[in-house]
Design a protein around this ligand. Structure first.
Ligand code: TXA
Ligand code: MG
Length: 326
């Protein structure tokens, strides 16, 4: 058991975390999407601690984080022109590419696969930490498996208190609030495997031949997507935006005890007679979804989350709510 501490992102604390990582420890750190739980990719014992701490199934591979686009070359055996296009346009940022792995990347990181997930986070503290260590960090989201991903240090503490030494904060914690978008660039056709903070419509502007896996809402594309995910400890009901009516909502509401409706700016219904929380704009909904899940489980027995229209980041929000409702 550790006495887990939240660290401000001072130069001294970043150095301290880099040293701990060098010594084979596991550290939580902020990124622009969600908090990550990092370990040196070349230290298999350290990487195995990640799986243990998170209670993560060993067949679920990890994302490798590097400080710059140039560093992706040390991870991937081959980077196609299209992959470079995406990298130069969207990295650093909430984009993860699946590429053929270099031999030097240990199989524990990729869960036995010959491909590797890699991304350059767009967060100053994360980049400083990666630069200070001098080695890439394998980092899944810093939650216990199945729980909503953490978007502030307090969430990491809720799940991992006593299990890690340090949580490295940043001034601009997780401004997106949903995980990175994952694109498989290792095969013949670029394919989106996980919806995320980078909207697929934006990706399509750069690479019009990109496919969105047709089963993305329900299928098992990333090994991780077959598990229950992003879920608070209470029941979640999803109501699709295009199926929303006051009568259907009223029915679900009265079927549930001690429930709350998550609504947003696109919803024009009068909800004054219902316990509800307005999540605001689509961007705010994405940013605060996981945090609201965690708050609601302390006060309510269930959540009715109204989905959004599928444009922009909307589809990723719907995806997370649907996963949490299963
Ligand atoms: O925004 C993010 O991506 C955050 C921050 C911390 O960077 N990380 C994150 O990691 O969401 P995690 O482990 O919670 O989700 C990674 C997903 C999993 O569903 C995993 O199965 C998939 O990426 N993945 C990793 N390597 C893969 C590979 N070689 N092929 C297919 N899917 C892979
Ligand atoms: Mg995760």
């Amino acid at each position: 058991m550790y006495n887990t501490k939240i660290l401000l992102p001072t130069e001294t604390n970043i150095e301290l975390c880099a040293k701990e990582l060098f010594d084979g420890e596991v550290i939580a750190f902020a990124t622009e999407t969600v908090y990550g739980l990092g370990a040196n990719i070349f230290n298999t014992e350290a990487v195995s601690k990640i799986f243990k701490i998170k209670n993560r199934p060993p067949d679920n591979p990890l994302i490798v984080h590097v400080p710059s686009v140039e560093d992706v070359r040390d991870i991937a055996a081959y980077i196609s022109d299209d992959a470079y296009k995406l990298l130069y346009r969207f990295s650093p940022g909430p984009l993860t590419l699946i590429l053929k792995k270099k031999q030097s990347i240990p199989y524990i990181v990729t869960a036995g696969a010959d491909t590797v997930a890699v991304r350059v986070p767009d967060n100053k503290v994360a980049i400083k930490l990666l630069t200070a260590t001098g080695f890439p960090l394998a980092a899944p989201s810093a939650n216990t498996s199945t729980r909503p991903s953490p978007t502030c240090a307090k969430h990491v503490m809720e799940d991992l208190n006593g299990k890690i030494k340090f949580i490295l904060q940043s001034e601009d914690d997780c401004q997106f609030g949903l995980e990175s978008t994952i694109v498989d660039m290792s095969g013949e056709h670029p394919t989106v495997l996980r919806l995320g903070s980078l909207p697929t419509s934006t990706l399509l502007d750069t690479l019009p031949n990109i496919k969105i896996a047709s089963s993305i809402e329900n299928g098992v594309l990333c090994p991780g997507t077959k598990y229950r995910h992003y879920a608070p400890n209470i029941k979640v009901d999803y109501v699709a935006f295009n199926k929303l009516t006051l009568s259907s909502l009223t029915k679900i509401y009265h079927n549930n005890k001690n429930t709350v409706i998550l609504t947003h700016d696109e919803v024009k219904l009068d909800l004054t007679n219902f316990e509800h929380i307005n999540m605001g704009s689509i961007e705010c909904y994405a940013k605060n979804l996981f945090s609201i899940f965690r708050e609601c489980e302390k006060k309510y027995q269930s959540i009715i989350a109204i989905g959004v229209s599928d444009k922009g980041i909307g589809r990723a929000i719907n995806n997370r709510i649907i996963k949490a409702s299963k």
